[in-house]
Design a protein around this ligand. Structure first.
Ligand code: PLP
Length: 232
């Protein structure tokens, strides 16, 4: 089993490709990587970004050869989105629509966001926005209901949506899996203290690892949530 990881290199190794690789190793799944950007991230939240040339991103994806699944994180800009959309093999992939670091640095520009929506949403087996990302992508209020956010994302082309509630105030971190014409599925874990980086990357990579091994979406989401909770 091999999973293709498409995303950014975080120099602090807390998130992005460096984190994704650890998760795949934990799952006994081999990795190929396509780096979309090199970033320098410091503890104060500073973030300097050097996007990769789109042709290099495409070449890395082509060089990956046969893979069973993919996970997409940071995409940086519209040209990289298009390179990925053109080069991506026809395998199930998890799209983690990361917009910014926890400290607030943008990881994709506005034009890139629109390109991600139009070129990748409908092809993803699953998208994994947190509540602030879902609000930003849909233009709805962060206080909109989970159902309204999921409906809007479906209307924008997304198939399955794992809406992550980790940022909402509660003693539990609750995620919901929304699919058209199916009842929503709830996944809950106790909220852990602290603000560890790379939680979104960890969950999405674990789901991709499980999809590559043939798990169904619901099992992959539930088991990956448990894996994330254990890691935290
Ligand atoms: N840096 C890169 C390269 C990422 O891919 C991501 C998330 O996917 C982040 C930073 C954000 O991570 P965090 O939310 O832990 O700041």
């Amino acid at each position: 089993m091999t999973v293709l990881l498409i995303g950014g290199l975080d120099s602090s190794a807390g998130a992005g490709l460096a984190r994704d690789l650890v998760v795949l190793a934990d799952h006994g799944v081999a990795a190929r990587v396509a780096a979309t950007a090199v970033t320098a991230q410091d503890p104060a939240g500073g973030c300097v970004i050097h996007p990769a040339p789109p042709a290099i991103v495409a070449a890395q994806i082509a060089a990956a050869g046969q893979v069973r699944a993919a996970k997409i994180g940071m995409l940086a800009n519209a040209d990289i989105v298009s390179a990925v959309a053109d080069a991506l093999p026809d395998v199930p992939f998890v799209l983690d629509p990361v917009l910014a670091t926890s400290a607030g640095a943008a990881l994709i520009d506005g034009v890139g966001q629109n390109a991600m929506i139009t070129q990748l949403f409908s092809r993803a087996a699953l998208i994994t926005p947190n509540l602030p990302e879902a609000a930003a992508l849909t233009g709805l209020s962060p206080d909109a209901s989970r159902e309204a956010l999921a409906d809007a994302l479906h209307n924008m082309g997304a198939r399955a949506v794992l809406l992550k509630g980790g940022h909402a105030e509660s003693t539990e971190a609750v995620d919901w899996l929304f699919r058209p014409n199916a009842a929503p599925v709830r996944f809950a874990a106790p909220r852990k203290p602290g603000t560890r980086r790379g939680t979104g990357c960890t969950l999405a990579s674990a789901i991709a690892a499980r999809l590559s091994r043939g798990d169904g979406l619901e099992t992959a989401c539930g088991q990956s949530k448990r894996y994330l909770s254990d890691w935290l």
